[in-house]
Write a protein that binds this ligand. Sequence first.
Ligand SMILES: [Zn+2]
Length: 259
Amino acid sequence: MQVLALHEGVIVARSAHWQTTCTILHAGEETFLVDSVIYPDELDALAGILAQAGWALSGLLVTHGDWDHLLARFPFPDASVGVAETTAARLRAEPGAAQRELREFDEEGYVERPRPLALGGAIQALPVPGKLELGDAEELELIPADGHTQDGMAIWAPFARVLCAGDYLSPVEIPWLSERGSRDAYLATLRRLQPYVEQADWVVPGHGAPIDAQRALAILREDVAYLEALPGPDAPLPLARRTAPMRKIHAENLERVAR
Ligand SMILES: [Zn+2]
């Protein structure tokens, strides 16, 4: 796991698996964790990072309901989990889905967890678009972000000019239309995020290292070009993201758009 401070109130931890990111946002007396890392030792290290900074956790935030973003309940089993209303609805409609997918991942990689993932009762649906107070003086802006999945939000921290983008604008993953994702919704989300990206000091993608505005805008342009060319089989895979796994995602995207 890599840990990087982006600002006096922002620390990003990045998992060794899928480069999944967890962003710690702190202002005043409050601290939120956005999304999660993957492996048990990485998750356990999060409490140490907070202790070292002298920050007490106020709650967890999750950009969307995919299981790999939901794991911070392991080190913080009593924390509330703030999600977009769309994500709360998805988690209600698919009870146990995240737990099942996590179990499959863990079995495949021989990963052992201290206990099953428990979310019940912890989920708090937040109005999106909306604002969330962070300490006495700051707030976070919650931006609808669907298209990768049917649910989700991005989080803008104006005090640090940091955008937690969820699974958009990734330097390591092409746009991924999951089973309930949508190309048009994905494009609308990219257009919605653009003005935040333009004024950001840092964009933290759900997967990949934090990037500056210029790099994020270049990725945004590549991703728009790719999505607009679907369902053309020759939609231009971004140059830096043409690996075998990305071609597999591309094949899935083609099926989804052709539906
Ligand atoms: Zn993800």
